[in-house]
Design a protein around this ligand. Sequence first.
Ligand code: SF4
Length: 385
Amino acid sequence: MMNLEELVSQYREPLENAPLDIAREWKKSHPESKWVGCYPVYTPVELIHAGGMIPVGVIGGGNRLEIAHADSRFQSFICSIVKSTLELGLTGLLDFLDGIVFHSICDPARNLGSVFKRNFPNLMVEYIHFPQNMTSPHTVNYLTAEYRRLKAVYEEVAGRAITDDDLHRSLQIYNEQRRLLRELYAIRAEKPQNVTAVESYIVTRLATLMPPEEYIGILKDALATVRRRDEKPKDRIKVVLEGSFCEQPPIELIDGLESAGCYLMEDDFLTGWRFFVEDIPVEGDPVYNLAEAYLRRSVYSGVKHDTRERKAKHLIDRVRETGSAAALILSAKFCEPALFDYALYRQALEKEGIPHLFLEFEEKMWIFDKARSEVETFVESMLFD
Ligand code: SF4
């Protein structure tokens, strides 16, 4: 059993420097295992896992990765994760993958899928077209068909059929994983002094880098530590963080936000790996259930086109439900979906009289003083208002 302090000290540095090393090491000790990369935000990982393969989050390259080749394939005004993902590929750091999946979340991600197809002809490169119309009576059937198409591709990579029983088992495992992650977030929202956002981030990020059977044990140990803690609350303001659903901020930046005087009550880090508000039903047609869950049981997100309820309403609800005093909008530089959302969030927050601060980050940034002092000034303006 590893307690949370040991877990953080073992994994923080690899997660900051070269996160995929964790998956690559695992593959070294299990050379026969097959791995399929999942670009953020959301991938139906059960379809991969049910084929006996391991879904791995390809969520940026970490601090050590120099962008030396990918710049020549993209314009300069593009988010960092698109470039770092291609750089990982061009430098052989994705060679341990048997395939990679992209999604229709934005134009850069769409282009990245095509660039991968052209540059890595021997790699299975897939692209999920998520529905853009959530209100049509045909949407669930459309997505079910899209998932069945993917399933057939995964069967080729796995070299075997994927049965409903396989899928039922995978749904059960990932339901458990997501349930435990929801519990971690619930504890943080109730007693943020007992688990920091950095700890919660490190625990959650590990879910993207190892088989769920192995990870669930680690997660249970981490939860046991958190449940035992009884820390005194500090004099901080409670905030909800929004805007980091795809490219991830450096861990040091998350640390800086907290130490500048905030409790992050909720966030959207790694949201695709915690994508459902409740379990996906296991019984019945598992592919249909996965598609239905995307429509009816998933969280809101900047890249899920859903006109049924305004995203800004969800953010306001989150602020109110967690008893937060403010919102922090932390978005990746050049991330269009996040910037479009910000206009709506800002309008709604101002209307509700909820203070907010907007910050931008890049996956590979070294200087955190400016962001930290902006947050400190924001916190002070609220504490001494
Ligand atoms: S960070 Fe934003 S712009 Fe970049 S790939 Fe992700 S969603 Fe698209």
